[in-house]
Write a protein that binds this ligand. Structure first.
Ligand SMILES: *Cc1c(COP(=O)(O)O)cnc(C)c1O
Length: 462
């Protein structure tokens, strides 16, 4: 399988090359040159397979020529061995046709562990025998950073420079990053927003001062981040009766990575009735899917900070999928200049055949947390609550026999102040995080400037 840039001006690469490259040199994002298809029979054959077996089966066509299904199985078995649940991503019924897909049983309590534990092993494998270290540069609204650091701390041949917006991540999120003192981990607090941090990362990739370094990304701009996420859509749908039954998913959305993996699951043949894009007040994607208005505003701070994003990088991948956007590179260049883009009507119509979206405000999200506790005895985190609220709102539009699965993207203990405020219950930290508040922290603070951060990277990787 070969991969091409959304902007069409970069060489096609294989899976190992896109994993190490992250962003394409023309500024675009990599996508497989065609979607492999899983037949109805192939989907039926997944019934009864373990998570790791499902992962190997689903991913094999995407890694063809680089990793075999057996090699994928070995990697997936290692990546998910330490998850705190045997099913890796268990389903939990809330009542009626409403389900939660719990994606938070990994090391850092958010869904990002599912992809990053796997990506850590891919880096190790694809770098074996190379004497040039890889410098992984990332921007995080909290959860990517901690998951990447947990996956890469202490691995040889890799340095990690992780940027987070100063004072805009929860104390648990910050400590999960800054208390990892391995010499290859470098935390940077940026005096700005997540969008500033993400913009700086993009600039560093194009910076001539760093062009001699081997840079890579662990943000969801990296295709190898999205690929392992396709698996849990398939795993959950099969457990709920696919391919005979269609399933809907509600996805708390920020950078559009998780929900794009859902789109990919649909593209390879999973019968998905609807993908519900749930946003908070930072609703650029909701406006785009609703009325074709893709334009940035000010980032609003909410209790779901991992979704406090105004530029959703992976939306570029979706742009290339429907009719009407002839040249994604031109469209994105215009958007990067003006902060706004009007999507063609034909594009919006096609997108809306699969996607629905809702913007959920803070009061509604808090109510959804209280409601989940009252009705089902479940404490859910503020991101998951946004997914639940959107799902409840859209449910009447969906056929009555379609299960609606909300992706539980974080453990409630990761955002315990907000959960306590909404429900009166303070979730306790799972045992695997014991001692987090007693450990030493290490982090530098820098202005929101690509030049300043480039100089810092230079000082780490001379
Ligand atoms: C990252 C994150 C999101 C947003 O996911 P995207 O792939 O960026 O859309 C939602 N919830 C939580 C808890 C997250 O960590």
């Amino acid at each position: 399988m070969r991969y091409r840039s959304t902007r069409g001006h970069a060489d096609a690469l294989d899976f190992a090359q896109v994993t190490l490259a992250g962003l394409a040199p023309d500024g675009g994002l990599y996508l497989p040159e065609r979607w492999p298809r899983m037949s109805t029979d192939a989907l039926r054959d997944l019934a009864g397979l373990s998570y790791a077996e499902t992962a190997a089966r689903v991913m094999a066509p995407f890694t063809e020529g680089v990793l075999s299904e057996d090699e994928l199985l070995a990697l997936a078995t290692r990546a998910y061995a330490a998850f705190a649940h045997d099913a890796v991503t268990p389903l939990r019924q809330l009542g009626g046709r409403e389900w939660l897909l719990e994606l938070f049983h990994g090391a850092t309590l958010a869904f990002k562990d599912v992809a990053l534990q796997f990506l850590g092993l891919l880096f190790e494998r694809f770098l074996a025998g190379s004497d040039r270290p890889l410098v992984v540069i990332g921007a995080t609204s909290g959860d990517t950073g901690s998951a990447a650091i947990a996956a890469l701390a202490g691995r040889s041949g890799v340095d990690v420079v992780m940027l987070h917006p100063l004072d805009r991540v929860s104390d648990v999120q910050r400590r999960q990053m800054t208390t990892v003192l391995s010499p290859n981990i470098h935390n940077v607090a940026i005096e700005g927003t997540f969008d500033d941090a993400q913009r700086i990362v993009k600039a560093l990739f194009r910076s001539p001062e760093l062009s001699d370094l081997r840079l890579s990304a662990v943000n969801s701009i990296n295709w190898a981040r999205l690929l392992p996420q396709i698996v849990y859509y398939v795993f959950a749908a099969v457990r709920l009766g696919a391919p005979e039954r269609r399933v809907a998913f509600s996805v708390p959305t920020g950078n559009f990575g998780n929900v794009f993996a859902g789109y990919a699951a649909h593209a390879i043949g999973l019968p998905i009735e609807r993908l519900i894009v749930a946003t908070n007040a930072n609703d650029i994607v909701h406006r785009a899917l609703g009325r074709g208005d893709y334009s940035t505003g000010q980032v609003a701070r909410t209790h779901a900070p991992s979704m406090d994003i105004q530029v959703s990088s992976n939306f570029e991948r979706l742009l290339s999928q429907f009719a009407g956007v002839r040249d994604v590179g031109d469209a994105m260049a215009g958007f990067e200049r003006n902060g706004t883009m009007r999507l063609p009507d034909g594009w919006v119509t096609e997108a809306r055949a699969l996607f629905a979206s809702r913007r959920v405000d803070e009061v509604t999200a808090a109510r959804a947390m209280a409601h989940a506790l009252e009705r089902s005895g479940e404490l859910v985190d503020p991101h998951t609550a946004i997914g639940l609220a959107a799902a409840a709102d859209i449910a009447p539009e969906l056929p009555a026999d379609v299960p609606i699965v909300t992706l539980a993207t974080a453990h409630p203990a990761k955002f315990r102040d907000a959960v306590e405020r909404a429900t009166g219950h303070r979730p306790s930290l799972p045992a695997r995080l014991a001692g987090l508040f007693d450990r030493e922290e290490r982090c530098v603070t820098l202005p929101a400037s690509a030049v300043a951060v480039a100089a810092h990277v230079r000082s780490i990787a001379p």
